[in-house]
Design a protein. Structure first.
Length: 375
């Protein structure tokens, strides 16, 4: 019978008062069952007839980036666990999952404390509806929850007392409502192109999608990952017409760091097109092979306000003009050291890092390295 049930995923969105995080992110198994019973009371009032379906609740509080990942692993895990529980063992068709001896029943249901700082926490739940009711129930959820889905006082009070937090609001939202809310949030902070990529990864992963960053950097979603051209080569082609190329290139790298951080949080890989995806928090743009007749390659650090070390160029000193071999872009806060190690190993560089104190671009707008002085 379980195979004929259709999952209608949703969240209980908790807006924290004063931005204070809860004392803990997980409910015990018994606490989760009490909460699920209170939620069931709320949902019967919002969605009359819902008792013909099964309610499944995950007793854990997540950030939006944890729930909106390809394949929706938190919801998929909740669905799988709920279907394993025989209906006759659940009270009123309600099943809840919390910690037992300090552990959640599956790893995807464990919130990551790295994302605890946001102003909103999300508690996942779903209705498992008989196939003949699912379409109508889904349509009603989309209308009723966003319109009047405030959680009941008993539900909000239980969460505040149990998890040690104060709430401004507690509201039921469908997963589609959560997607729409996240879209608006990203557009509000100038990240609409990034949302285009994420939406494709979440909803149509089999289709390719393209977008342009706000500074023109092309983004291409395909086969589960987002590709970009090598920033330096792209900027040399597209950026030299700008009034202040150095400022514009720094802005592009700042935007790229934003994209990289959010893509990583949503578990969507970022890579340079034509090269493997990187999971190390940096990207390497290969430019040329080393010339064995020239001296040992050296590492040069480009710096920019707000970015610190914005990029690392590997180059061989050569008469008149350095031979540029590669550029490395540290995107994550802890990526500089592993990037330097990777470049040193790949190109056999000298260990010393030469700080340029600025972004050094050549006449074409590409990252460059200083030419050695001629004597």
């Amino acid at each position: 019978m379980n195979e004929s049930l259709i999952a209608c995923p949703a969240v209980l969105a908790l807006e924290l008062a004063g931005g204070e995080p809860p004392e803990r992110l997980e409910l015990t198994r018994d606490e989760a069952q009490i909460l699920a019973g209170l939620m069931a009371d709320d949902l019967r009032a919002l969605l009359p007839g819902v008792e013909a379906s099964r309610l499944a609740v995950a007793g854990a509080l997540f950030d939006g980036v944890e729930l909106l990942r390809p394949g929706f692993p938190v919801f998929a895990t909740l669905d799988e666990l709920a279907r394993r529980v025989p209906r006759v063992t659940t009270a009123g068709g309600v099943v809840a999952f919390g910690t037992h001896e300090g552990r959640m029943p599956a790893q995807p249901l464990v919130p990551d404390r790295a994302y605890v700082g946001g102003p909103m926490r999300l508690l996942p739940w779903m209705i498992l509806a008989p196939a003949d009711l699912a379409e109508e129930l889904t349509a009603r959820m989309e209308v009723e929850l966003v319109g009047r889905g405030e959680a009941g006082t008993a539900t909000a009070d239980f969460l505040m007392r149990t998890l040690g937090m104060r709430l401004e609001h507690a509201r039921y939202l469908s997963r589609d409502d959560l997607l729409a809310l996240t879209c608006v949030q990203y557009e509000h902070v100038n990240l609409a192109p990034l949302w285009t990529m994420l939406e494709a990864a979440l909803l149509t992963p089999y289709q390719e999608e393209t977008a342009l960053g706000s500074r023109g950097l092309p983004l291409h979603y395909a086969e589960g990952r987002v590709g970009i051209p090598g920033p330096s080569a792209w900027f040399a082609r597209a950026g030299t017409q700008r009034d202040n190329p150095v400022h514009e290139f720094a802005g592009t790298l700042f935007e790229l760091r934003q994209y990289a951080a959010l893509l990583a949080a949503h578990h969507v890989p970022l890579h340079l097109e034509g090269q493997p995806a990187s999971t190390a928090g940096y990207l390497v743009e290969a430019v040329a092979d080393a010339d064995p007749t020239l001296s040992t390659p050296m590492l040069y650090a480009h710096e920019a306000a707000g970015l610190g070390m914005a990029a690392i160029t590997v180059a061989q000193p050569a008469p008149g003009k350095a031979r540029v071999l590669a550029h490395g872009y540290p995107l994550a806060p802890d990526a500089l050291a592993p990037l330097l190690d990777a470049l040193a190993e790949r190109y056999g560089t000298a260990s010393e890092l030469h700080a340029l104190g600025r972004l050094l671009l050549d006449a074409d707008g590409a990252l460059s390295a200083p030419a050695p002085a001629l004597h």
